[in-house]
Design a protein around this ligand. Structure first.
Ligand SMILES: [Zn+2]
Ligand SMILES: [Zn+2]
Length: 355
């Protein structure tokens, strides 16, 4: 008997395949890279979704603090996470190794058989992660728990949906879910308040917003009580985003600029007329620039005629024709342009349809 795939000789073929080739097609046993176990951050109960549950026969408050119970919970969770294909069976030999307070590595040897016929062993590995949440009972008892507040605002304007989306992205990707969680988000006048269970998360998020979004961060704390003889503080991070956003137009030295990137202390922009990339310090951005705003400030204007160096554009307000310098990107035959007006002056901003 020969394997039809590799030609190996053997008597224990499955279908017409040797066990090696068969396993290439059918892994039989698979396991995700991580297995998550959710624990109430206050009482230590095991949770699934919003419900308190038992895992491997273990339940109750604080069970994860007991090493023996922790072991049982981890094993049962790994066993439940192993996927075994139809017609296959697997004996699992699981060994656990503590990585840190919140994570364990599980090494598994699966002794696999298919339709009753023993096939091979497969080694699998995964990381068991203990994650925090709050059970219903504790959230009722404690109202909502938080150690720090992130107050997200912007200079001279209210935060909008657009800001919210980019802020959320930073928050969700910075938040360390093994240690903390968001207790509450409030849409307040001018911005958003995030109540976070862990000070370290609030700080990490605030610093990231300073670095990647040019935000100014002020930290303050207030005494909220005493616990175990220690003063308890609640931290507030006031995060103030700059008035400008990526995509906003502004006037600098009588020419139109458009913000292309914002990072700590620095703004990159497009000089609209020449199409050149330029840079400014955040300080200069505040001192030297007249901010206009985003695309909503753009208007359409008719091109009356153009020559090599000039273009005649009709002012959409008084229908007077204005001579402007012709930018290199304004091609022959274009009869409509986007303009932006600032303090009575008209600036060419682009061609409709080009972003
Ligand atoms: Zn084969
Ligand atoms: Zn609880």
């Amino acid at each position: 008997m020969y394997c039809i795939e590799c030609g190996a000789e053997g008597d224990a073929l499955i279908g017409s395949l040797c066990s090696k080739c068969f396993l290439k097609r059918h892994p039989l046993v698979t396991l995700s890279q991580t297995v998550d176990i959710t624990v109430c951050a206050h009482c230590g109960s095991l949770m699934k979704g919003n419900k308190v549950v038992e895992i491997g026969g273990v339940k109750g408050e604080g069970v994860v603090d007991d090493p023996a119970a922790r072991d049982i919970i981890a094993r049962a969770s790994v066993e439940a996470a192993v996927k075994i294909e139809e017609d296959a069976e697997a004996d699992l030999d699981i060994s656990l190794e503590e990585l840190d307070e919140r994570n364990m590595r599980a090494n598994i040897v699966a002794n696999m058989s298919f339709q009753g016929q023993p096939i091979a062993e497969r080694a699998l590995t995964t990381v068991v992660r203990f994650k925090n949440s709050v059970c219903v009972k504790c959230s009722r008892q404690k109202g909502f728990y938080f150690e720090a507040v992130l107050q997200l605002r912007a200079d001279g304007r209210a935060l909008e949906d657009e800001d919210f989306n980019s802020l959320e992205t930073v928050i969700r990707s910075t938040l360390d879910e093994t240690k903390g969680f968001i207790s509450k988000v409030e849409h307040v006048r001018g911005g958003y308040d995030y109540y976070l269970s862990a000070t370290s998360d609030a700080k990490g998020i605030a610093l990231r917003m300073a670095k990647d979004m040019g935000a100014k961060v002020t930290e303050s704390n207030s005494l909220v009580g005493r616990k175990d003889g220690n003063d308890m503080y609640r931290l507030t991070y006031a995060v103030r985003l700059p008035a400008y956003r990526v995509g906003d137009f502004f006037v600098i030295d009588d020419s139109l600029g458009r913000v292309t990137a914002v990072s700590k202390g620095r703004v990159t922009y497009l000089e609209v007329m020449s199409g050149r990339r330029m840079g400014l310090t955040a300080d200069d951005m505040e001192r030297k620039v007249s901010l206009i705003g985003g695309r909503s400030h753009l208007r359409l204007a008719v091109v009356v005629s153009m020559s090599k160096d000039e273009v005649q554009v009709m002012d959409p307000d008084d229908f007077k024709t204005l001579d402007l310098k012709r930018p290199p990107w304004l091609e022959e035959g274009i009869n409509e342009v986007e303009i932006v007006k600032y303090e009575g002056t008209m600036y060419l901003a682009g061609v409709p349809g080009n972003k």
